[in-house]
Design a protein around this ligand. Sequence first.
Ligand code: ATP
Length: 359
Amino acid sequence: MAPFLELDGLTKRFDGTTAAEDVSLALERGGILALLGPSGSGKTTTLRMLAGFERPDAGRVRVDGEDVTPLAPERRRFGMVFQHYALFPHLDVGANIAFGLEALGWSRDDTERRVRESLAQVDLAGMERRRIAQLSGGQQQRVALARALAPEPRVLLLDEPLSNLDPALRERTRDELRNVIRRVGITTVLVTHEQEEAFDLADRVAVLRLGRVQQVDTPDALYAAPATPFVARFVGRSSSMTVNVIGEQGDRVEVRLENTTWDLRRDEVAAEVTPGPALLLARPEALWLTAPGGRSLAGTVADRRFLGASALFTVRTAGGALLEVSAPPHAVEVGATVGILPSRRSGGGIHLFPPEAEQ
Ligand code: ATP
């Protein structure tokens, strides 16, 4: 069966800059997809092409089998919440929501009913006559959401929906937003540069870099099996060093790291790795601090960052690599000589990539 929402090869160039390159993504009905990436990775451009504000140089957008690429934004039946909400400050809450419905030719009665319903959907029942300026940032965000949902759009688009809020409000508003979009069950695409936001709100996340989709997966799969070194670093923490792959032995891969040899599980290793130089990326919790010697990688603790239940230790290896290791807060002192071993408990978190995968 064809997906409900399909972005097929969307490409956009602005004199010399490729903002989006061959972006292909698909969503089932009711799916929630986050576009996650650093500044300039093409998230907004992709969302704008999806919404119809930007004409793609190539590619199509399909909804429920219909090609909407040539359609103007208002004819796509999408709802959108902008970063700054774009509410009319001089109109009350009800009028803000009614505005779009009246423009679509809804009758007065239907408009009133729908304004009431959509305010209830975002837990703002009875707030019709409140002035926008009297609302908190979180409430304004919910009015913007109610306004986007009121015309019963096919798809909801959210552009950095929480970036306008201060950190204290952000988490609570995120919970509310999460509840509303799941309760309504609407197919949603959201743009964010915050991993936590993407993981919390979306069931699938597309990681973008330089206009290209690097990986699309569930949050769990992105964390456990990053497809590229970029994803390994951008989603969660990873530190890296250059190693030498010696070869495979059954389900193990032998790897030479400076003064020692580790054997890693085959399923932790990117498939295309062959003997020779490789890039090893490790999650902090995938490494163990131990006494120097044996099969451990020798190093000196260069830094410690206290995180509460654990601390993040930065270890400088004899060869000059910097590896981050998660351990109990008082495991070792800065300056101590330590050894590092792959943690057997974490069941993953160490990945090998071909050296050129970094580009
Ligand atoms: P941010 O998080 O900073 O909003 P983003 O991931 O949304 O970033 P885009 O805004 O899509 O990224 O930009 C992608 C690239 O395209 C950037 O290099 C940007 O400078 C360029 N770009 C975007 N819009 C235009 C435009 N209208 N004219 C020229 N260049 C543009």
